[in-house]
Ligand binder design. Structure first.
Ligand code: DQA
Length: 166
């Protein structure tokens, strides 16, 4: 009997208020629930030979602990940090200490919304950003992870954290 090689793990991190998706401002975030998005990401992961764990919290510290726990265990993190995207240097630092692929994800396109959403403090420690595609973004983020893990698809000079590390 041949053993299947272990599937690389992707940790999907969902920040504050994303537990209210489906009820919360559906005109911006759509009618799907967070469970719908996780299911979509899990299906994409399975199709692409990846395994997926999901964590949602409304508490910054819980998200940081989850990112610490991914160190040495997960190959990639896909993170929709909600409004912590725009404020949390602690999340930035936790992601900087994670050695794998990091994809920042948003349902909406924060760059086209209120000015306070135009800054992402996570962007400097992410390999790239998927934003503005609603639920499709969860699938696209997993596809991006697969391609980055396979190598050869990173943009030239797009080394994660290049601007952030000395
Ligand atoms: C969001 C965008 C953030 O600005 C906002 O605070 C959210 C959701 C998105 O998925 O579009 O909570 O991350």
């Amino acid at each position: 009997m041949t053993e299947n090689p272990p599937r690389p793990l992707v940790l999907l991190v969902s920040g504050p208020n994303l537990d209210l998706l489906g009820q919360r401002e559906p005109e911006i975030y759509g009618p799907e629930t967070l469970a719908d998005h996780v299911e979509r990401a899990s299906a994409a992961a399975a199709r692409l030979g990846l395994s997926l764990e999901h964590v949602q919290s409304n508490h910054e510290g819980d998200l940081i602990e989850a990112i610490h726990h991914a160190r040495g265990r997960a190959a990639a993190i896909v993170v929709n940090a909600g409004a912590l995207t725009h404020t949390s240097w602690s999340l930035h630092d936790a992601l900087a200490a994670f050695e794998g692929v990091v994809v920042e994800l948003h349902l909406s396109n924060p760059a086209g919304r209120e000015p306070f959403r135009h800054t992402s403090v996570i962007a400097p420690v992410a390999d790239g950003l998927v934003a503005g595609f609603g639920g499709l973004g969860y699938e696209l983020a997993i596809e991006a992870v697969r391609r980055l893990l396979d190598g050869g698809d990173a943009a030239p000079g797009a080394e994660r954290g290049a601007a952030d590390k000395t």
